[in-house]
Design a protein around this ligand. Structure first.
Ligand code: HEM
Length: 410
């Protein structure tokens, strides 16, 4: 079947042998605790057909890995949300995440040039200094919120400074801007509309702050403009790429830090390990990324008829991958998949994706989380949760919006 514009519209029913389920992975109960449904979806077969949405969903580790590395078949330019952007144009110009080669290639090269691991290591002393300052303030402060006072406070400061944007207005704009953008990668439901409403006005603030004239001369933003001067990317793409850093880089890192701290607070014996040897923190961060993956689902579209793990998909089919489910798949992680264990080998975990779109911001995100969490591991004897954490409800992101706690100095 093809549409008048010759764009195939893909699967309209479950592939042969694939079960249809009526469950909604984006309902509030399933977002609150997605893991029982993820288990049923994984056990139902290599994919399930989500009746409410008319798409196949992939939840097993191996097939997801295979799917993500095959960017020619499972494309991103038709959008990484449920809307097929080859049929319905996007609400804003498509950036690096929603592109395929050859358009993707220079954008990716520009990003990897600016966020090169070597350059990010040079930012580390500045991150360490602020981690020290913040930890001193936190230890003198009494009860606090691990989200607002720790993860957000640190990331807004060091990431915003690394990009080179002004300090005023960051908290009011950047978090809700990121949340709104990520929300478009999930379905159009009440929760999505709440995040869009909360993000109203923030795109204008972000675009104004990507302007060359307002960026600090040595930040990642200014370096992106230099690549445009050198002809690697057209000038209009410099704005898009700085915007991509600000959209994709803030909330995700805040959530990675929050999730790691909460899990370590809930497992005091594992906090004792990182306190005794803070160099173990990088393993704790990776295990937290596996166990509670911050960016939990997104879509692809098939560019041709294909069979993946026995699932036959016609060209033009939207499908959704749940990274959070693959990262708990016992077929990959064994019987202890549902256990948080910082001694586990997390090699290959999918929280940063896989293939040509694999997170380009990893080097800075890792330097930020390690700087803060290693400092806390050194100087905090224990973390006591003082009341129930509040879950952060979002269609594609998983974390907590408040984690009240008390830190005891070492
Ligand atoms: C722990 C924190 C982070 C997580 C869990 C995360 C997760 C991801 C994932 C899963 C993807 C792949 C999406 C896909 O395949 O469609 C991705 C791509 C991307 N991330 Fe991150 N991310 C994090 C931090 C960051 C940071 C700090 C930045 C910015 C500096 C960033 C910028 C990007 C960009 C620009 C892409 C698109 C890359 C491409 O399409 O080539 N991310 N991220």
């Amino acid at each position: 079947m093809s549409s008048p514009d010759a764009t195939p519209h893909g699967a309209t029913e479950p592939a042969p042998g694939i079960s249809a389920i009526g469950d909604d992975p984006w309902s509030i109960p399933n977002l609150t605790d997605p893991y029982p449904l993820f288990e049923r979806m994984r056990d139902a077969g290599p994919a399930v057909w989500l009746e409410q949405y008319g798409v196949h969903a992939f939840t097993r580790f191996e097939s997801m890995r295979e799917l993500l590395v095959d960017h020619e078949t499972f494309i991103s330019s038709a959008g990484v949300g449920p809307t097929n952007l080859h049929i319905t144009p996007n609400w804003r110009p498509q950036g690096i995440l929603e592109s395929d080669p050859p358009r993707h290639t220079p954008m990716r090269t520009a990003m990897t040039t600016v966020i090169a691991p070597r350059k990010m290591r040079q930012l580390r002393p500045g991150f360490d200094a602020y981690a020290g300052e913040l930890t001193s303030a936190l230890l003198g402060a009494g009860p606090l919120d691990l989200v607002h006072d720790v993860a957000e406070e640190f990331t807004l400061r060091v990431f915003g400074d690394a990009v080179g944007i002004g300090r005023e207005g960051r908290r009011e704009n950047l978090l809700s801007h990121g949340a709104m953008n990520f929300s478009y990668f999930g379905p159009d439901n009440d929760l999505h509309r709440q995040h869009v409403e909360a993000g109203a006005g923030t795109p204008e603030w972000v675009l104004a702050n990507c302007e060359r004239s307002v960026l600090t001369p040595d930040g990642m933003g200014a370096q992106m403009w230099e690549l445009a001067d050198a002809g690697l990317i057209p000038p209009e793409q410099a704005t898009l790429l700085i915007r991509a850093m600000l959209s994709a880089g803030l909330d995700t890192t805040v959530f990675a830090i929050t999730n790691t701290l909460l899990l370590l607070a809930q497992h005091p014996e594992q906090w004792a390990k990182v306190h005794a040897d803070p160099s173990l923190m990088k393993f704790a961060i990776d295990e937290a990324l596996r166990y509670e993956s911050p960016f939990t689902s997104f879509f692809r579209t098939t560019s041709r008829d294909v069979e993946l793990d026995g699932v036959q998909l016609p060209a033009g089919s939207k499908l959704v991958v749940f990274l959070g489910a693959a990262n708990r798949d016992p077929r990959r992680w064994g019987d202890t998949a549902d256990r948080f264990d910082i001694d586990r080998d997390t090699g290959g975990q999918l929280a940063f994706g896989m293939g040509i779109h694999q997170c380009v911001g990893q080097p800075i995100s890792r330097q930020e989380s390690q700087a803060l969490l290693e400092e806390l591991a050194r100087r905090v004897e224990s973390i006591e949760l003082t009341s129930e954490p509040t879950l952060y409800l979002h269609n594609t992101l998983r974390s907590w919006s408040s984690v009240p706690a008390r830190l005891t100095a070492a």
